[in-house]
Design a binder for this molecule. Structure first.
Ligand SMILES: Cc1cc2nc3c(=O)[nH]c(=O)nc-3n(C[C@H](O)[C@H](O)[C@H](O)COP(=O)(O)O)c2cc1C
Length: 183
């Protein structure tokens, strides 16, 4: 199974990119899974503008669309902005929804989210459900939020809390099982 992972944040030191990279490390132990990690910052996706679209969908969107289409499942870790989903994630989903054939539909999707705050981006994860399901995807019913994520990693970017690692590992295993049943 090919799993695509990306963060709904652009910045280099993103906590959500760290969650993505750590989750990717966990996935590496499963020989039946191949992963691809995409950094949205490198894709230079503009803010959605129908005037840009009328001249052609940007190359970065088409690159991501190809990765999404080729993946059997997606894992996205996103911050919340002002109690809702991050603008980079919403913008990315909006652009992907303009690609024909629609790459992001009928995909099993696991949502993770990290924040330095006490809620662990969970309000943003709840709002991300709306566009993901509107596009006809199979959102895994258990998202996982990482609160105080600025304190969560050691110097080699591993999660420090063994209980959190174990919870994430179990979640990822269950998600792979779920995604496998939907193929
Ligand atoms: C526009 C904006 C709004 C934010 N709103 C929230 C919020 O509602 N809840 C929260 O926990 N953190 C909020 N934050 C803080 C982010 O969680 C924090 O910057 C986080 O590190 C962003 O994720 P990243 O590290 O993956 O880039 C906000 C940050 C920005 C830039």
């Amino acid at each position: 199974m090919k799993i695509l992972l990306f963060a709904g944040s652009l910045r280099k030191d993103s906590l959500n990119k760290k969650i993505v990279r750590f989750t990717d490390k966990l996935l590496k132990s499963n020989t039946e899974v191949q992963t691809i990690v995409v950094d949205l910052q490198t894709l230079n996706i503009p803010v959605y503008d129908a005037d840009i679209e009328s001249k052609g969908i940007p190359e970065g969107v088409m690159t991501l669309a190809k990765h999404v289409a080729e993946a059997q499942a997606l894992i996205i870790s996103s911050p919340e902005y002002n109690g809702s989903m991050s603008s980079p994630l919403k913008n990315t989903l909006d652009w992907l929804s303009r690609v024909k054939p629609l790459p992001i539909t009928k995909k099993p999707i696991l949502m993770l989210g990290a924040s330095p705050g006490a809620l662990g981006a969970t309000r943003g994860l709840a709002h991300a459900r709306q566009p993901i399901e509107t596009l006809g995807n199979f959102l895994y019913p258990e998202p996982m939020g990482f609160m105080h994520a600025d304190q969560a990693f050691d110097e080699v970017e591993n999660l420090k809390d063994p209980a959190q690692v174990s919870k994430l590992q179990k979640l990822v295993n269950s998600f792979i099982d779920y995604a496998g049943k939907l193929q």
